[in-house]
Each structure stands twice: as C-alpha cells, then as structure tokens.
Design a protein around this ligand. Structure first.
Ligand SMILES: Cc1cc2nc3c(=O)[nH]c(=O)nc-3n(C[C@H](O)[C@H](O)[C@H](O)COP(=O)(O)OP(=O)(O)OC[C@H]3O[C@@H](n4cnc5c(N)ncnc54)[C@H](O)[C@@H]3O)c2cc1C
Ligand code: SF4
Ligand code: SF4
Ligand code: SF4
Length: 400
C-alpha cells in the first residue's frame, strides 16, 4: 500500500520550530534539520513514516487560535534581591519556579547547554534555578521535553513549563488535554535568532578579545535594567577578561533589537497580542516611568528591573496570589502594551533579507562591518545612558 507522507508546512513562515510534530510522531520519523542560516525545521524520514498524520494535526502554529484574554495585569518586583539580579526583569519567574519546586514540582525552561546553544530542560532543585534564569536571545531547542512533561503529569507530578508563547502553544496541543498539575508561563517574545547565527557571533568575539569564552549573559543586571550583556574570556595564559556587551556596542544585540535576524514565522507571530497561550505571561514593564510614575516615587527602583505580569487564566491568577516574595501592583494590559510593541503586533522584517543574505555570503564578519558602518558614534549611547544618574534618567524618560 502506498504511504501518504504529509507535508508539515507549505512556507517557512508556517512553522515556528516548536517540535510538537517531532514529539508526537509514534515512529520517531521526524528530526529537526537546520537551514542555511541555522533555523530548525522538521523533516520526515519517509522510510519510517506510516502516514498517520498525527504530526499535521498537532501543529498549533497552523491550526489553533488562542482566545484567552487577560484577567489581570500587574507591575511586579521580587523582594528577593539575590534572585532578581540573576533575572532579566523583575525576577518573577524565579519566584514561581521556586514555589513549584518547593511543592514537589518539576520546572522546564530554556538553559544554555554545553555547546553554548540553548535547549529546554527540567530542574527539580532550587539550587539549579540559575540554569533557567535570564533571557537567552536565541531559539531554544525543545527536544523531547513535551514527551517528558506528559510522562511526569501522567505519573501525578506537578509541572511548570515556561518558554516562548509558540512553545507553550505547541506543548498544549501536544498534550491535547488539561492537567490540573500543569502551570504554563509564556514570555513576551519579539522573535528568536538561530543558534548558528548566535554561535558565529560568539566565535567573532572570541577572536576579537583573544580568549575562550568562559561566561556569557545577555542581560547583566549588575549594570542596571536594560539589554546590556556580559562576556568573560580566558586567554592562553589563563588570564581572565570581563567585557560589557552594551546594547548599542554589540553587533548581535544591535541586530536582535532591530528585529532583523529572527526566524521567518516570527514576523507573523500569532501570539503578539492579548490572546496568549500561557496561564501567565511575563515580560519587562518597559515604559513604567510614564504609565505608573507613582510606583517609582513610592519606592520601586527601576534599575533593579520591573516586570509586567499577566494572569491569563484562573489557574495563573491563583499561582501568582500564592507568591510571598513578589510585590504586585495593579496595572492594565493597555498601559503595559504602550511601550511593549510585542503586546500589540509582531516584529517587522525591516532589512532582514539583506542582512541574512550578507550573513550567508560573509558570515558574522560581514555583519560586523555593516554594523560598524551603520552605528557610528551611536555605539557609545548605552554606556552614556548607564552613567547618567537615576533621577535625571527618570526625568528624561518621563518628559521626552
Ligand atoms: C527571545 C526573547 C525575546 C523577548 N522579548 C521580549 C519583549 O519583546 N518584551 C518583553 O517585555 N520581554 C521580552 N522577553 C522576556 C524578558 O526578557 C524576560 O524573559 C521575562 O520578563 C521574564 O523575566 P524574569 O525576570 O521573570 O525571569 P528570567 O529569569 O529573566 O527569565 C527566565 C525565563 O525565560 C525563559 N527563557 C529564557 N530564554 C528563553 C528562550 N530562548 N526561549 C524560551 N524561553 C526562554 C526561561 O525558560 C524562563 O522561563 C523576551 C525573552 C526572550 C527569551
Ligand atoms: S508542529 Fe511545530 S515544528 Fe512541527 S510543523 Fe508545526 S510549527 Fe513546525
Ligand atoms: S505521518 Fe505519522 S508517522 Fe509519519 S511523520 Fe507524521 S506522525 Fe510520524
Ligand atoms: S515571536 Fe512568536 S513565533 Fe517567534 S519565537 Fe516568539 S512566540 Fe514564537
């Protein structure tokens, strides 16, 4: 009998790379394969496939529309200073995860792996929390974590699963049923570059600073709440050198913020709005100084990071209410969305085609040259902003 091999996606923009199809395939006939720029797409092994079509039915990015609407929107900060400094914004994820682990739960999220790629993994001890904390501005590989989640839930364990909205939608579709023990957390997400692109950048900075990378973070909270990273290099003599990767001074952060190096489907993201797949949504409360100046004059320090937290379901609301070390203040979705474009619309492609063409032909060196030409003296702007005293910065942000 002839097999009916399905087509998983027509256009690249139809596939977010969530891996739900790979997780559901009963024959393990699907693997993720990288395209020229390193973006991962599912590929079917026709010899293994039996044509059951479970893979096409499970695809949430193509088949499912979310219809949750925000129940409550808060501005929030964690009182746990040690956790907040390791987190990208207000440290709310760490509090949720700690709470779940203390109740015997397992937490899934994105962590750097040994090859400085990013993969989803689980943790079951609070000492491991640091692995999942902080934003990694690269697509995280889901691997078999949906399958692992299902097994854990079926055995009665509680699971907190965090990730980009498309990963949460993929998980929910894969599970196909509600579980009381599952809490899902999506992050506000403007798009993901590929691991290949990220690693080209890492090789570039290793050459530039003449050392092996021993530590890397996209957002170093020790220099305030912003998108400024840190890298530590060790040279052949064993000497270490720490470098601040200022948002305006790092070509990777420059292209990332511009939105020119994301996966193709991110420009058609269905989750860039109020209808979100997670029980809870977490993001940065950008624009807090304009939307809620009263919170800042009443003691909140924005240099430590302030989160926007949205309860999308009753389950999410209850989980948030149980957090002892987080201070929540009421806001609205409308206010939170003013300076956070991803709560209103997907990113725009801008010069993506030109930039990726340049990358294909000349690698990161070509992108670096282009960045140097484009940015000029503006590359120092993040450094200058960082040394302006907080009260002056606050006044400038609120009035300009
Ligand atoms: C690619 C990306 C784009 C983002 N874009 C925006 C934006 O436009 N606006 C905005 O307000 N916030 C954005 N964020 C979210 C923001 O940076 C924080 O992650 C979020 O506010 C949670 O902060 P936190 O302090 O509570 O926890 P943190 O400890 O900072 O965050 C940890 C959480 O982030 C998840 N995470 C980290 N990297 C990844 C990844 N590569 N893939 C999937 N999950 C990941 C972890 O699983 C964990 O749930 C983005 C994050 C990422 C990873
Ligand atoms: S399930 Fe996910 S990875 Fe598979 S085709 Fe759909 S979007 Fe792509
Ligand atoms: S049709 Fe069935 S066997 Fe074939 S790839 Fe899809 S899920 Fe796997
Ligand atoms: S922008 Fe949308 S599609 Fe792209 S990674 Fe984020 S959630 Fe997924």
């Amino acid at each position: 009998m002839e097999k009916n091999i399905p087509v998983l996606y027509q256009e690249k923009s139809d596939c977010c790379g969530c891996g739900a199809c790979l997780n559901i395939c009963p024959r393990n006939a699907i693997r993720m394969a990288a395209d020229e720029c390193g973006f991962l797409y599912p590929k079917i092994d026709v010899d293994l496939c039996v044509g059951c079509r479970k893979c096409t039915s499970v695809c949430a990015f193509q088949n499912t529309n979310e219809n949750n609407t925000p129940l409550n929107t808060y501005a929030a900060v964690s009182q746990n200073k040690e956790q907040a400094v390791k987190s990208a914004s207000g440290g709310i994820f760490a509090s949720l995860a700690e709470d779940y682990i203390n109740k015997g739960g397992i937490v899934f999220g994105a962590a750097f792996d040994e090859k400085r790629g990013v993969s989803h993994r689980s943790i079951n001890k609070t000492e491991m929390l640091y692995l999942l904390q902080g934003s990694k501005y690269v697509q995280s590989k889901i691997g078999n974590t949906y399958k692992e989640t299902k097994e854990l839930l079926n055995s009665g364990r509680k699971v907190l699963f965090s990730g980009t909205p498309c990963q949460i939608a993929g998980l929910k579709s894969y599970l196909g049923t509600e579980y009381d023990g599952l809490l899902t957390v999506d992050i506000i997400c403007h798009g993901v570059p590929s691991e290949k692109i990220f690693q080209s950048y890492l090789r570039f900075i290793e050459d530039k600073y003449e050392g092996k990378l021993t530590d890397f973070t996209f957002r170093d909270k020790n220099i305030g709440w912003g998108i400024n990273g840190k890298a530590v290099f060790e040279n052949q003599a064993g000497k270490k050198k720490k470098v601040t990767l200022w948002q305006s001074g790092s070509s990777y952060l420059f292209y990332f913020i511009k939105g020119w190096i994301y996966r193709e489907n991110c420009y058609r993201c269905k989750y860039a709005g109020a209808h979100r797949p997670g029980d809870i949504t977490l993001g940065d409360y950008w624009g807090i100084e304009k939307q809620h100046p009263e919170f800042l004059s009443d003691g909140w320090d924005e240099s430590k990071g302030i989160s926007v937290v949205i309860a999308n379901t009753e389950k999410g609301k209850v989980a948030l209410e149980g957090l002892q070390e987080v201070e929540f203040r009421q806001s609205t979705f409308k206010k939170a969305a003013v300076a956070n474009g991803q709560l209103r619309h997907p990113s725009e492609q801008g010069k993506r085609s030109e930039i990726l063409e340049l990358y294909r032909s000349g690698g990161w060196n070509a992108l670096e040259q282009m960045y140097q030409k484009k940015i000029g003296l503006k590359k120092y702007s993040s450094q200058i902003k960082a040394i302006i005293p907080q009260n002056i910065k606050r006044w400038l942000k609120a009035n300009i």
